[in-house]
Design a protein around this ligand. Structure first.
Ligand code: IPT
Length: 980
């Protein structure tokens, strides 16, 4: 007999979104279910209609075959991950996909149905499969599902026998009409990505439960009830209990369709409501949850079905151009999050999801956009529990064919299906405050249809869609209640907010692209957001660097066994973080997949510390030099959960501390407190920091976890000139300083290993065109003037010459170097102007007075307090996946480079300067594609910059601001070098 599922070829028909699939609902059936996870028989076919042969291998469920090294005997090659952003991996037009080369995984296993399930409704749930799922039991077709990031439930009651053993086959087709609307910017995989399970219910069951809980304590629970047998039995009723408070069915509930008797016989609707006195409202700061149990009873009182929900009482509304939670205008400190893991690709465990959110909490994030599909259901449970605002996004991105699909009626059903299923699943989560129709799919009638469904079904939350907002930030007729652009220039956002035309809250759905060494101007964004009514924040792109752990030896993904092969962003020898192209993909988008605020092993990148400070719940300002203004910068809670300590860092090397008593402040309040420490008469420049930590163990942080460290300058540095003393300076025939601790330089440096922003923003190309990466140095003159030596040199690029002067003067204990560089007008945007030199081997420790301890750059230095810092040289370097400029420290006043067996050196710049100390020349970094190709040098490469270009975010979005560019013309700087 031919198989109708194969004959109908549902993978070619966008009109078919499912067949035999049960409606989505918010009753979570995972707890107590019978898990089918584990090793399944597996075959990889070359196409969905290729014959299933005899030889089976095994594959883990859940798991994508692209990450499991499954060498299927029927395929000559394995199917590996492929990274493409916008372009589809094949040329077929929607709704078509490749006919002969369409990897199809056949997963099979036996299921033993317990004998005591007799008379029960038996349901199969496949947590997620991409992109088309076909279900067979004992060879009989059971169902079809598309929508790769939501569960599909199938009623098996009629096809399995309690006490029997059956063969369950899940066929997963990789490419389909649906792939064209799942064209998100991440790796393409194939397989089953979330758990598979069986659950049973009484034939009389809860078909859905909708919970509405508002901040005044009003609770409403709407139940939909069905019976698989057909008509509902007489006398059923529902009951509920909220943390000991009994709810009962509201018998006066007037169903909308009550006059239609036929409907009421098959669909039961019931409502319970109550009011919770003195309710503890839910917010991301105060994630208060109540436990609700809903029960469905037979007439005799016996429980037919029940369902558990965690309820958060909160309101979301838009008033004017403000998004309000519980009446407060909140800030959205968001990040875009994919379901990603470096070993599994897509499958994320409870522990992994929790670790993601805990980390985000610790770094001040309060919001997540589930880019670009509904994330694993557990993520929303955790967001409710830990406290996050979620923009829940439907699984629709048709990037490559956006315009054709947005109005294609063949896809209409898919749009409405995907958006409605997300809403049906997630509507009870207090964390979900906004629905999103998807990402980058143009804007068409299919979106309006989906928006119409949402507005009818759930009027309690705003709706957003960037594709609609793009047509007009203020237009009320478009399917977006939020003006949610991506990568909009800050000045455009501010101008809109000041224009008088703004009608909707402006919250960027993506901004501050975190690719490589990036996120310049984040502090400027937040200064503008906090100063401009109408701007409420945004979502950084993105959480992860999606580097897949790869064995360099065989080029395969390592898979689940790879834990322990990486740490702190670095992989063990023989392994690397793979990005686009590393699996031999012909078409790929390279390192654009490595654009997160954390490394693939979840190590935070330096921008996280910047973000933490920008999100500081406590702010500090100097008050007339007599006291300090302490401000509670939160929306909903006091400071009781925080403890503090004062630290006074003095330029002379001392750090004084004192315990801090945080004032009792309501949200938004400030208090003036006296200066906690007497400022010593001597000691030079002085910085006072309030180190704020958690005062108690929290769900996301043990007591003592640092939350922020606001800082004020108490006394500025007094510039002191290093006076010449008699002595000698030696320079060689090339005019280079001869010094026992230096092996090269000091020479002029105008270049840095291009960051991803420099490359994709076009700066790196300009620098190469100007020849800045290979300047030719020529000595013009070496002149002695007393003990001082003046070296004039020219550095020739291809299009211009830079004149450079160094004056070496003996000073007490060392040498002062006064430098001047004159850049021609055409070099109007260089990476840096400064000095580079290399040291002898054996120096492995850097102590400095300046900003730190983490990496900072001129336009990303807000989160690095001034103080005395010490790190190993190797720890200074940030291992961005594609090697690039890294390891800089901003505002360095003095540094000591030393080692256990070598004499050290001390460098004191004339004013706070950008400094980097690494084991790599800029050329070394620029020549490597992966971190594992870098060979550290024995000595250190030291840069002291008079000026250093900001980082910006030009890999996707605005470049840095003009104030962070390096201007042409004359630059002057000095520094002294001393042996320790
Ligand atoms: C935009 C996408 O929404 C996101 O998925 C990702 O691609 C990001 O930006 C860049 O990494 S796409 C861009 C072309 C605007």
């Amino acid at each position: 007999m031919t198989d109708p599922l194969l004959t109908l070829r549902p993978w070619t028909a966008p009109e078919v979104t499912s067949w035999g699939r049960l409606p989505m609902n918010a009753v979570d059936r995972r707890t107590g279910a019978h898990s089918l996870d584990g090793d399944w028989r597996f075959q990889l076919l070359s196409a969905p209609d290729a014959p299933v042969g005899g030889a089976w291998s095994t594959a883990a469920v859940p798991g994508v075959w692209t990450m499991q090294n499954t060498d299927d005997p029927l395929r000559s090659t394995v199917d590996l991950p492929q990274y493409l952003n916008i372009r589809m991996p094949y040329t077929e037009f929607p709704p078509l996909s490749p006919v002969d080369d369409n990897p199809t995984g056949v997963y099979e296993r036996e299921i033993d149905v317990p004998a005591d399930w007799t008379g029960r409704r038996i349901v199969l749930q496949v947590g997620a499969a991409e992109s088309v799922l076909l279900v067979h039991v004992d060879g009989r077709p059971v169902g079809v599902s598309k929508d790769s990031h939501l569960a599909a439930d199938f009623d098996l009651s009629d096809v399995v026998r309690p006490g029997g053993r059956h063969t369950l086959r899940l066929t997963v087709v990789k490419w389909s009409d649906a792939s064209h609307i799942e064209d998100q910017d991440h790796w393409w995989h194939g397989g089953i990505t979330r758990s598979v399970l069986l659950y049973t219910t009484d034939p009389l069951h809860l078909a859905d439960v909708t919970v509405r809980a508002s901040r005044d304590g009003e609770l409403r629970v709407d139940c939909r009830v069905r019976d698989t047998g057909g008509a509902l039995p007489e006398g059923w009723y529902v009951s509920g209990e909220l943390d000991g408070l009994e709810l009962t069915q509201d018998t006066g509930f007037d169903r909308a369709n009550a006059e239609d008797e036929r409907v009421s016989a098959f669909l039961g609707e019931a409502r319970m409501q109550t009011r919770v006195p003195e309710v503890r409202a839910w917010t991301a700061e105060t994630p208060e949850l109540y436990g609700l149990t809903v029960r469905l009873h037979h007439a005799d009182g016996g429980v037919a079905d029940s369902s558990r929900h965690r309820v958060g009482f909160r309101d979301v509304e838009i008033v004017g151009r403000d998004l309000l939670v519980n009446g407060e205008r909140i800030y959205i400190r968001g990040v875009n999050r994919h379901d990603f893991h470096p070993l599994t690709g897509r499958t994320v465990s409870y522990d992994d999801m929790r670790a993601d959110l805990v980390l985000l909490k610790r770094f001040g994030f309060n919001a997540i956009r589930t880019a670009h599909y509904p994330n694993d259901p557990t993520l929303y449970d955790l967001a409710d529990e830990l406290g996050f605002y979620v923009v829940d996004e439907a699984d629709i991105e048709s990037h490559d064919h956006a315009h054709e699909i947005a109005d294609d009626p063949r896809y209409l059903n898919a749009f409405v299906d995907r958006v409605s299923r997300m809403v049906l699943r997630d509507k009870n989560h207090p964390s979900v405050i906004i629905w999103s129709l998807g990402n980058e799919s143009d804007y068409g009638a299919n979106h309006d249809a989906a928006a119409g469904w949402v507005r009818r079904h759930d009027a309690t939350r705003p709706l957003q869609y960037e594709g609609a907002a793009k047509r007009g930030w203020a237009d009320p007729d478009l399917a977006s209640d939020i003006a949610c652009p991506m990568y909009a220039p800050l000045e455009d956002c501010v101008a809109h907010a000041l224009s008088g035309e703004q009608t909707k809250p402006l919250i960027q759905c993506e901004y501050s692209h975190a690719m490589g060494n990036s996120n310049g101007t984040l502090a400027d964004h937040w200064a503008a957001i906090e100063a401009t009514p109408g701007l409420q924040g945004g979502f950084i792109w993105e959480f992860w660097d999606h580097g897949i752990l790869q064995s360099v030896n065989d080029g395969r993904p390592v898979g689940r066994g790879g834990a322990g092969l990486y740490d702190n962003g670095v992989t063990a020898p023989g392994y690397r973080w793979a990005y686009g192209g590393d699996f031999g993909e012909k078409d790929h988008d390279g390192a654009f997949i490595a654009d997160g605020v954390v490394f693939p092993d979840r190590t935070p990148k330096p921008v996280m510390f910047e973000h933490r400070e920008l999100a500081a719940p406590v702010r500090l300002e100097l008050f007339r030099h007599e006291g300090l203004v302490v401000a509670n910068h939160q929306h909903f809670r006091g400071l009781q959960w925080l403890a503090g300590e004062w630290r006074l860092a003095l330029a002379d090397g001392r750090t004084l501390t004192a315990p801090a008593e945080l004032p009792s402040l309501l949200p938004g309040e400030t208090a003036v407190v006296p200066l906690p420490l007497a400022l010593p008469e001597d000691g030079g420049e002085a910085w006072l920091t309030l180190r704020v930590t958690t005062a108690e163990d929290l769900a996301w942080a043990p007591r003592g976890t640092e939350v922020c460290a606001p800082q004020v300058l108490l006394r500025a540095a007094v510039p002191a000139e290093e006076l010449p003393v008699p002595g000698t300076v030696e320079v060689d025939a090339d005019g280079l300083l001869v010094h026992p601790l230096l092996t090269a330089g000091p020479v002029l440096s105008l270049w840095r290993a291009p960051t991803d922003n420099d490359e994709l923003g076009g700066m790196a190309l300009r620098w190469r065109t100007w020849g800045l990466d290979a300047l030719v140095r020529k000595v013009v003159s070496v002149r002695r003037d007393g003990d001082a030596v003046t070296v004039l040199a020219e550095y020739a690029g291809t299009t211009g010459v830079v004149r450079h002067r160094q004056v070496f003067t003996p000073v007490e204990g060392g040498i002062r170097v006064d430098e001047l560089a004159e850049l021609p007008e055409e070099f109007d945007d260089v990476a840096r102007v400064g000095t580079v030199f290399e040291t002898v081997a054996g120096l492995d420790r850097l102590e400095w007075f300046g900003q730190g301890p983490w990496e900072s750059y001129p336009d990303r230095s807000g989160g690095a307090p001034v103080g005395h810092h010490t790190l190993a040289v190797d720890e200074l370097f940030t291992p961005y996946l594609r090697p690039q400029e890294s390891g800089g420290r901003h505002g360095v006043r003095r540094f000591v480079l030393s080692g256990p067996d070598a004499p050290g050196l001390v460098v004191t710049p004339d004013e706070p300067r950008q400094v980097s100390v690494t084991r790599y020349r800029a050329d070394d970094l620029a020549a490597a594609a992966h971190h594992d190709e870098l060979v550290p040098r024995a000595g250190c490469v030291v840069h002291v910059d008079a000026a250093h270009r900001g980082l910006g975010t030009a890999s996707c979005g605005p470049d840095t601001f003009p104030s962070y560019l390096v201007a042409p013309g004359v630059h002057r700087w000095s520094w002294t070098l001393r042996a320790l």
